[in-house]
Write a protein that binds this ligand. Sequence first.
Ligand SMILES: Cc1ncc(COP(=O)(O)O)c(C=O)c1O
Length: 447
Amino acid sequence: MKYKSLKDTDDEIFRLLKEEEKRQNSDIPLIPSENFASDAVLKAIGSVFTNKYAEGYSGKRYYKGAVNIDKVESLAIERAKQVFGAYSANVQPYSGSPANAAVYFALAKPFADTILGLELSSGGHLTHGSKVSFSGKLFNSVMFTVKKNGEIDYDEVESLALKHKPKIIWAGTTAYTKLIDYERFRKIADKVGEDTYLVADISHISGLVASNVIPSPVNFVDIITTTTHKDMRGPRGAMIMVTPRGIQKNPSLDKMIDDTVFPFLQGGPHINTIAGIAVALKESESLEFKEYSKQILLNCKALCTSLINRGFELVGGVSETHLTLINLTKDNINGWEFAYALEKAGIIVNASTIPHDENSPFFPSGIRIGTPAATTLCLKEKDMDTIAEFIYQVKLELDTFKFKELSSQKLRKDPNIRKGFINELINSKRIKEIKLETENFMKVYSK
Ligand SMILES: Cc1ncc(COP(=O)(O)O)c(C=O)c1O
């Protein structure tokens, strides 16, 4: 059977695809959880592997015809174990949130057990116990925070852990600029007792961990979860790994995880994604990838310094990792407004809460900026200074907006009042000029 091309089959999607390619080639990509997968990864995801159903695991499938699929999944597992020093790996979770859900259901009882994680506005992920996610609704979630300097308050972690005796402690972050002290987390978990599992969610930093440019949690935690599409530069997927110390603590831990992923939570694995994960893991072992990871950190430090030099306040100062958070509290703009204006100027970031934020996650007091995607496009430290200048120029233009004087932060959430801001932005000549400048700047770097 011969199918028609995408263009001939569905012109609307084809056109949107082309538009998105153009956008990705002209904007400055600074969302820390995004990246550009390689052609090799894209080829694996968009392959005939998508056609196959393969419920079960290698050698134990509910469907026939899985001979190649077994080999693909086994390769992905072996590579994950090799790259992260894990005892076992499950590569079937559809994404990061289902991976974390599997950990919960494997280890804790809903409506009975307590879990401990980093609070959302301090940089934790929704699945680490936020009350708007299943993790905070089905489990008794207790949250720790960061201190004024942006660092996890380990004393608070310890006192909450000893008081509440959680079944799971999450050592993981989504908007955090410091290295995590896994050893301290381990000591705390050990103090609570044998029933407590320490889980590192390294979704944001797994590429840096794989490259050994930041410390790995593998010797300190029982389980590691990670997405594969952030600084790992793979497809949208996730993995759950049991560490050597995890299997020593509980010899059934790998089977408990496997049984929870399938059949408890999921059906057929996405073999095309698993093939893409295998490719990304192979790529992560190359010298080029290690150099790439080093450059992510250098770029982030350079960007922080350039932003600080232009008067921006960063949570925790110069970042130790791949992302930074601009605290906008003193600037009389919120994260939604600034991210919106930056987008109009061709700079793509996301609005983010900052520690102890009094504003909501939709209109937070900060923006989150990261360097993994820009580094894939070969941008270097000097380019970070240019980007900081673009960001600064957008901020200077916003400072001239009447909208800022007219309304309080609270009123600005009103959609009608927000229209005033959007109108000023659309009519700003300076923002249009900056957009042309960013487009020109990216011409050198686009893929
Ligand atoms: C630390 C962390 N864990 C889990 C996830 C969830 O991943 P997904 O969006 O693939 O469900 C994210 C996503 O941003 C994350 O940052």
